[in-house]
Design a binder for this molecule. Structure first.
Ligand SMILES: NC(=O)c1ccc[n+]([C@@H]2O[C@H](COP(=O)([O-])OP(=O)(O)OC[C@H]3O[C@@H](n4cnc5c(N)ncnc54)[C@H](OP(=O)(O)O)[C@@H]3O)[C@@H](O)[C@H]2O)c1
Length: 279
């Protein structure tokens, strides 16, 4: 099997992130052989994980087993919301490095803008957390830093104290959910939008237009949905535990969805809005 080369997007600091990666999760399980297969045989170079997913150790092991050089892999992990705060962030980062058994992280993200037990001043807690992220970046321990699930209001708060603008905002993005104001804000600030749940956790596979386009382009429904994300310049991280599907989901660089079909899919969310992930 010849693996196609992944395309990349240049972040505001010049670091290149693959436009397509593999998600992992605690929900729905983690399949070790699929992650190894994705890296070794399918051409994936971006792996998305998080302290919350409890699979960092396994992800680190999969990277080593794949024999893909560390420098060729773009590894993302995230700070869980219970760890907001300057010192807690530094400590949580170090724990992630140890679990993954790596020297650096390519992209470190604040997983959520909120903390689980509430806080009198979550805005200053986020600002403090961001200072720690900036410090980790300045020390070269992460190649890029960013946030996840941040809305415009959270980013505007952060603007007051940030020295470094987040390189990435990882947000829910699929045919039923497209926060256009947030996407525009990120674009204006040079923040790369990375979209999660590109298949709407399977829901979008039932959408009639997607079946129609799959027939038209002689591709699978999943490939249409992933390609649609990519053509909207959204870095995308579909998750699958199945080896056959991990290969299928990467075969999206050999066709293009025409502009009129892009527009049809782009407008689905206006009438069928559905947000899947709530904090
Ligand atoms: N930052 C955050 O707060 C956040 C939140 C949610 C997710 N994420 C990230 O985004 C990733 C993806 O999100 P997600 O897993 O929630 O949703 P998703 O990628 O939209 O959907 C995953 C579901 O689709 C199925 N699937 C995958 N490929 C398929 C194919 N070719 N044909 C049919 N079904 C297919 C998978 O089942 P099988 O496993 O059985 O194939 C799984 O049930 C996560 O793994 C995680 O890395 C981040």
């Amino acid at each position: 099997m010849t693996a196609p080369k992944t395309k990349t997007v240049r972040l505001s600091n010049g670091v290149k992130i693959p436009i397509l990666g593999l998600g992992t999760s605690h929900i729905g399980g983690y399949c070790h052989s699929t992650v190894v297969h994705a890296l070794k045989d399918c051409g994936y170079r971006l792996i998305d994980t998080a302290a919350r997913y409890k699979c960092e150790e396994a992800v680190g092991k999969a990277i080593r087993e794949s024999n893909v050089p560390r420098k060729d892999i773009f590894l993302t992990t995230k700070l869980w919301k219970s760890e907001l705060g300057y010192k807690k962030t530094i400590d949580a980062f170090s724990a992630s490095l140890q679990r993954l058994k790596v020297e650096y992280i390519d992209l470190y993200l604040i997983h959520w803008p909120v903390c689980p037990h509430g806080s009198n001043n979550v805005k200053s807690l986020r600002a403090e957390t961001w200072k720690a992220m900036e410090e980790l970046y300045k020390q070269g321990l992460c190649k890029a830093i960013g946030v996840s699930n941040f809305e415009v209001s959270h980013l505007r708060d952060l603007e007051e104290t940030w020295d470094i603008i987040p390189h990435v905002n990882q947000i829910e993005h699929h045919i039923y959910y497209r926060p256009m104001e947030l996407i525009q804000y990120c674009k204006d600030k040079g923040i790369c939008v990375e979209g999660y749940c590109p298949l709407s956790q399977g829901l979008a596979l039932e959408e009639p237009i997607i079946q129609e386009l799959a027939n038209k382009y002689k591709k699978t429904k999943s490939q249409i949905l992933i390609r649609w994300n990519i053509q909207n310049d959204v870095v995308t991280i579909p998750k699958t535990t199945k080896e056959s599907r991990v290969h299928e989901n990467f075969q999206v660089f050999d066709f293009e969805i025409h502009e009129e079909d892009m527009q049809r899919v782009n407008s689905i969310h206006k009438t069928k809005m559905k947000k899947l992930i709530l904090s």
